[in-house]
Design a protein around this ligand. Structure first.
Ligand SMILES: *Cc1c(COP(=O)(O)O)cnc(C)c1O
Length: 571
């Protein structure tokens, strides 16, 4: 074990902190886009042999297993899994103080290994030890579970416990990268490391060297709405974590009227970025006075390409997985091989759907996919806004595959799933719809590669980036999406895919956004997409090639990580 730690810590590293990380489908410590992005970040980092270490929370009960009854009512069950099946428990412990008591934190080591020989250690922090009080053992049990106090305790373990654990293991850290504001407490721990007494004064006085902390820190924000940022009242903070730095200093850094985790990170990070160009701008207007850059997200090409496409890429674009720029040569792959690779993925998805739901979909019918967190702004039911119209256009000619979990406390999100079940029932003889349960990374790969068109209808400007559409493009699946997040950068009409609704420069749409977007959706479906799919195979395959050659070429996490290195890590 000692040798292992020595090996891990032999060179200085970038420490990547994220509340959730999807390192593996069966390690249920992720809930959606943020965690999967963190996993892709680490996978690309390992491929590129970047010196990184990642820190996250254990979440023994995972996010949850989703079960849907026949009307779409969601119930949640804890995930049964054993960390010891995947990770090694490290023989080290650190302490954090919560509600005036010591809480011990241990860490499990998971290693993300690349075929290139690179590897990145991921530390899963865990408070479930016999030495802790029962309530403290629960702190790392559920991802995004519990109330504000519970969340605060988790963030203390992640930020403060995380820095202490890295220190205990003797990691030398060159930069701390906070993936979203959940990890901002690491800054307070660092501030205390850079605390110096001022000499030459009568009183014993301390200064906190903010600029040294700042030089070490990188912050990526993911939230384009004010309400999405974690905020804690100061009385709760004081009661839970004590005065870890003086309250006046904390208020100066994190806001007067409550501790805003995003503000704290903004004030103590040398490099700050949003996750798409538009999101960078939205963040700038939300937090005037801060220099906020943009590094557009990407997905891990090898992870998000299905087997049949891997085969043709290996044949025509050898080396593509570690050099996705080779997608620029997509024109080398003959049309029929692209079509056949897609047909194989589609057939695989249809068989999976049959096995899981008993519904027999047809591989000859234009198939839409919509899978992501079920939450109101994503508007999973926008396509049903005018049922008569949808039937008129699509009866027998389209089918839709859905998946997605609603957060256990997201009542409108849960309602959305039930609504889709109701539409499914209503339309069942004319337009087939299926909803796959328990969306996770494995199901995601099946859907994003097996459908013909990837549908995304978020309410602008609420989609910071979105990544599932990027995954689709790696499998020659075109996007049909609202112009928000990454799609503003990836979209070329009738070339890489199609837009829905207003152009991005138009102001945030008003109350009629749903009507306008739905109108555009129906119009393009009827007049552009259906005629092309059923009438012009050649042109359709050309667009599949464009999706790969223009979108997958750019929206991959190798490009993203190279940007983080040049723009953020080595500055
Ligand atoms: C990629 C992915 C997401 C993110 O989907 P968006 O459409 O970008 O929100 C969510 N959940 C899982 C399991 C994923 O693989």
């Amino acid at each position: 074990m000692q040798d292992l730690i020595l090996e891990l810590t032999k060179e200085p590293k970038i420490a990547y902190f994220s509340m959730e990380i999807g390192v593996h489908n069966d390690i249920p410590t992720y809930s959606g886009g943020l965690g999967v992005l963190a996993g892709d970040t680490i996978r690309s980092g390992a491929d590129l042999k970047l010196p990184m270490v990642a820190v996250t929370l254990m979440c023994r009960k995972g996010y949850f297993v989703q079960e849907l009854d026949s009307s779409g009512k969601q119930s949640e069950h804890p995930v049964i899994w054993d960390p010891a099946d995947y990770m090694k428990l490290l023989p080290y412990r650190v302490m954090v103080q919560i509600e005036g008591r010591d809480v011990q934190v241990q860490a499990w080591l998971y290693t993300v290994k690349s075929l290139t020989g690179g590897s990145i250690p991921v530390l899963f922090l865990d408070t479930d030890l016999a030495a802790n009080a029962p309530e403290h053992r629960e702190i790392t049990a559920s991802l995004y579970g519990g109330d504000k106090t519970y969340r605060l305790k988790q963030e203390i373990v992640l930020g403060i416990g995380g820095v202490r654990m890295l220190h205990e293991l003797e990691f030398e850290i060159k930069k701390y990268h906070m993936n979203e504001g959940h990890a901002s407490f690491l800054l307070l721990e660092l501030l205390n490391r850079f605390k110096k007494p001022i000499e030459d004064v009568w009183d014993e006085k301390l200064v906190w060297d903010k600029s040294s902390v700042k030089n070490l820190c990188v912050f990526t924000t993911h939230t384009p709405v004010e309400a999405g940022h974690d905020k804690f009242p100061y009385d709760l903070v004081m009661k839970t974590m004590g005065e870890i730095v003086p309250l006046s200093l904390l208020q100066e850094l994190a806001g007067r009227d409550g501790l805003n985790m995003t503000l704290l990170a903004l004030n103590l990070s040398r490099y700050i970025n949003g996750v798409a160009k538009k999101h960078g701008e939205v963040s700038k207007s939300m937090f005037p006075g801060y220099e906020i850059y943009a590094i557009t997200n990407g997905v891990h090409s090898f992870t998000w390409t299905c087997d049949s496409f891997k085969k043709i890429y290996d044949k025509y674009l050898p080396g593509w997985a570690n050099e996705p720029e080779l997608f620029v040569r997509i024109g080398r792959i003959p049309d029929e091989e692209i079509w056949n690779a897609h047909a194989e993925a589609k057939q695989g998805l249809m068989s999976y759907v049959l096995e899981k739901t008993g519904v027999e979909l047809s591989a000859d019918v234009l198939t839409f996919g919509f899978a992501r967190r079920a939450t109101a702004y994503k508007r999973a039911d926008l396509i049903f806004r005018d049922l008569q119209r949808l039937e008129q256009i699509g009866s027998g000619r389209i089918q839709i595959i859905y998946a997605g979990k609603a957060h256990p406390r997201d009542i409108p999100g849960k309602q959305l799933i039930e609504n889709i079940f109701a539409y499914k029932e209503k339309l069942k003889d004319r337009l087939k719809i299926v909803y796959l349960q328990n969306y996770n990374m494995e199901i995601a790969l099946k859907i994003i590669s097996g459908v013909d068109v990837w549908l995304n209808t978020p309410l602008r400007p609420l989609e910071a980036s979105g990544t599932s559409g990027m995954k689709a493009t790696h499998n020659g699946v075109m996007n049909f999406s609202v112009l928000d997040g990454w799609w503003i950068e990836g979209h070329i009409e009738d070339f890489t895919g199609w837009s829905i609704g207003a152009a991005p420069q138009e102001l945030t749409p008003g109350a009629d956004a749903d009507d306008r977007d739905a109108e555009d959706l129906y119009h393009k479906l009827e007049h552009t997409i259906l005629p092309l799919y059923y009438g012009d195979r050649h042109m359709w395959v050309r667009m599949m090639q464009n999706a790969i050659g223009k979108n997958a070429y750019y929206f991959n996490s190798h490009r993203m990580m190279r940007r983080y290195v040049t723009d953020a890590y080595i500055r």
